[in-house]
Write a protein of this length. Structure first.
Lengths: 218, 202, 333
């Protein structure tokens, strides 16, 4: 790594990490948000894809619209604003998903409508200051990217381990199920815990590498 | 006789919701909130759990009747979350009113926790399960209360686990969320060893 | 390895080394009934556990602790609770899960919260129930194929009839020698009893836990037997001979005796106070019977152990609080 870049990253690591919602400050890995659909519903690639599209259509619009409303109204009713915004937007999201995936979305059970109160979508209401609309848009998009990445990773991993397929297609030369438990919620918890640990280890290793490179450049 | 039958149905569904179909260990509902509660000692678990149970008890009959009205509609799946949030909001204000009336000043401390206890996946998820599985009123009430109690029990159990774990000895990458998830996963395995089958998710 | 862990190993005086050695007589019985395959399966489990330990030592930049035998003991015990026809892959997954998830993820020796053998067993039982709960017929000096066992006929354990309200038709000799279809190392009850005496003599076994566990299981089987001939809610003094017969079979099946001797007395998980230990044994026994009666798997004891492990710390604290309140002098045991 270029020493100037390393020095810049090292000095601003905290700020950069806070903003990076994909790798360094992933909403699932670092903040533990959005766990319910991930552990129970994202058992294969297709389910993960459907949830990803749902979150894509729901998260950012909810955050932006709720930010706009909160700037005009009373602060005490923020929770209601966020929940009602997401549940009304969900109506459109549901029909969009039906159009794209048809009855496949029934595989998600109640975990699709549950997204409406998922902390990933509505947790912003807990902070006292109303959010600026452009901030809501930026953070919403970044958080969506981070969550979609983990969703697809977990969905594909669990499908490979439990069924030896990927989006329904059999993987060549994989004639055995590696870990059937991966499709159960218990397996989801354990696998997610392990993935979190590995991810956090990689983040620590990256930060250590940046600081080492920065010190070397001095 | 009908009353006895209704009571036994209520308790059966409540006990099933606490153990075999625990909201956390069986369906991962409210896990994100649980993880925060376990880490954060400023929010009292029993207060949160008690409020959650109250919200469930008030919201459950409302959602049951709303669901009955929705049954003939083809687009019920789309509007159900909105209407259930509406029912939860009514439950929120009812519980808020009751708390302010009965506890007066002491209720102010609970007010910060009440929105969290109302608008979370543990409440909405349970009400949606009761609706999609077509429980009758008694079953819905029993299941909702049992889920609230089961959720509170799960928070207590996981907190106890946190207390027992030697956090200073846990490997750095596993500290915090990862080891908590593994702990919950192992307990979920134990419960699966009892039920032996995946529980339905609607 | 951290100082606290080393101190803990010295304090426990090689309990797990004793447990490891006491698995060897059971392996000898398994070899007599099933042949070399049983030895290879146990060897695979032990090697997988050892390699997992070394891997973790390398990842954590700590020296590998040679005197610490717990991982190998856990893996050995796990292999013995599995049938001799289970595949090598399943045994490896179980051993690795036991060591990495059950022990190392929580901080290594002295820090684990759940019994690692129970964790490994739960993982493989839930993933491959068709391999874990079907057994080959036991026969003296038979030799199962070392590779694929697709040609071997698998049967339910004869003690499976307890689940359906019947009584097994095994004579006492067969029952105590273990010459019937079941997990590899769990059926030879006389050998387990002999090992228990040795472990108790070496102070590697807390008899309070063992007895409270077994007595509770026996009481549940006596008071509420699963036998179809005995009406539900009948008085305990009626049908006494049938109740005693059921009690005998219940205690001798499902790995209860093996669990009592080898799994229940783990020094890290077992509560420290004698009264807590008695309560812990009793509650685990009750839960084990509930898992067997109403649960899906006949060897529910490992799942019951996992469930009780979540409460053993709380049990210890609650009992100590009550004892201190009553002003009882607490003796260190």
């Amino acid at each position: 790594m270029n020493s100037k870049k390393a020095k810049y990253l090292s000095e601003n690591m905290e700020r950069i990490a806070r903003r990076d919602r994909v790798f360094l400050n992933n909403p699932v890995i670092m903040q533990g948000m959005g766990l319910a659909p991930l552990v129970v519903a994202a058992t294969n690639g297709m389910n993960a894809l459907m949830l990803s599209v749902a979150v894509l259509f729901l998260l950012t619009p909810t955050r932006v619209v709720a930010a706009m409303i909160c700037r005009t109204g009373r602060g005490q009713l923020r929770a209601l604003v966020y929940c009602f915004t997401s549940s009304i937007l969900y109506i459109g999201v549901y029909f969009a998903l039906r159009a794209i995936f048809d009855v496949e979305i029934l595989q998600l059970g109640v975990y699709l409508p549950m997204l409406v109160v998922e902390p990933l979508i509505i947790k912003r209401y807990e902070r006292p200051q109303p959010e600026r609309v452009m901030t809501a848009l930026r953070k919403g998009l970044r958080t969506t990217m981070g969550y979609v990445l983990v969703l697809l990773l977990m969905g594909c991993l669990r499908e490979i381990l439990a069924a030896g397929t990927l989006f329904g297609a059999h993987i060549p030369r994989l004639n055995t199920t590696l870990l059937p438990m991966a499709s159960l919620p218990a397996g989801g918890f354990i696998l997610l815990g392990v993935v979190c640990a590995i991810w956090r280890g990689l983040v620590r290793a990256y930060k250590k590498h940046v600081h080492t490179e920065a010190r070397r450049g001095e | 006789m009908e009353v006895v039958k209704a009571c036994s149905t209520f308790f059966l569904y409540a006990v099933t919701a606490i153990f075999a179909e625990n909201a956390v260990f069986g369906r991962a509902m409210g896990v994100s909130r649980l993880v925060k509660l376990v880490e954060d000692s400023t929010v009292d678990t029993l207060t949160f759990g008690g409020l959650l149970c109250l919200i469930q008890l008030v919201a459950a009959p409302l959602t049951y009747w709303v669901n009955l009205l929705l049954t003939p509609l083809s687009w019920r799946n789309a509007v159900r979350p909105f209407l259930f949030i509406l029912c939860s909001t009514v439950a929120f204000f009812v519980v808020l009113g009751v708390l302010l009336l009965v506890l007066k000043e002491k209720a102010r401390r609970m007010l910060a926790v009440l929105p969290m206890a109302t608008f979370n996946t543990a409440v909405l998820g349970v009400l949606l399960i009761a609706a999609t599985q077509s429980f009758n009123l008694v079953q819905t009430m029993g299941f909702a209360l049992g889920s609230g109690v089961g959720y509170t029990a799960a928070v207590v159990v996981v907190s106890e686990g946190q207390r027992r774990m030697r956090q200073d000895m846990v490997p750095g990458s596993f500290k915090g969320l990862p080891i908590t998830l593994i702990y919950i996963g192992i307990l979920a395995l134990a419960i699966y060893g009892f039920t032996g089958h995946r529980i339905s998710i609607g | 390895m951290k100082e606290q862990q080393l101190a803990r190993i010295r304090q426990d005086k090689g309990v797990h080394a004793d447990l490891f050695y006491m698995c060897l007589p059971l392996l000898a019985m398994a070899f007599a009934f099933y042949g070399l395959r049983s030895v290879l399966l146990c060897g695979t489990a032990v090697i997988a556990a050892n390699l997992s330990d070394r891997l973790v030592a390398w990842l954590r930049h700590q020296p590998y602790e040679k005197g610490e035998w717990s991982s190998e003991a856990f893996a050995f015990m796990l292999a013995l609770i599995l049938p001799a026809t289970v595949s090598y892959y399943v045994v490896i997954v179980g051993a690795v899960a036991a060591v990495l998830l059950g022990k190392e993820a929580f901080g290594g020796y002295g820090c684990y919260v759940f019994h690692p053998t129970a964790v490994g067993y739960a993982v493989v039982a839930v993933s491959w129930p068709e391999q874990v709960f079907r057994y080959p017929e036991a026969q003296l000096f038979q030799s199962l194929p070392l590779g694929s066992v697709s040609g071997v006929q698998l049967v339910d354990s004869p003690l499976h009839s307890l689940k359906t309200g019947g009584l097994p038709t095994l004579d006492n000799t067969t029952l105590f020698l273990g010459n019937y279809a079941g997990p590899m190392g769990v059926t030879a009850l006389l050998v387990i009893l002999a090992c228990a005496l040795f472990l108790a003599n070496r102070r590697s076994l807390h008899l309070s836990v063992v007895f409270s566990f077994l007595i509770t299981c026996a009481l549940v089987a006596f008071v509420a037997p699963r036998l179809g001939d005995i009406p539900a809610f009948s008085m305990p003094w009626t049908y006494v001979s049938d109740r005693l017969a059921v009690m005998k079979y219940e205690l001798c099946s499902g790995g209860l005796l093996f669990a009592a001797v080898y799994l229940m007395a783990d020094p890290v998980i077992c509560p420290t106070n004698r009264i807590s230990r008695i309560l812990y044994g009793a509650l685990t026994g009750f839960m084990a019977m509930m898992f067997r009666y109403y649960g899906n798997y006949e060897t529910g004891v490992c799942f019951a152990i996992l469930a009780m492990n979540a409460f053993s710390g709380w049990l210890d604290r609650a009992v100590l609080r009550i004892l201190h309140r009553k002003g009882v002098v607490r003796r260190e045991l």
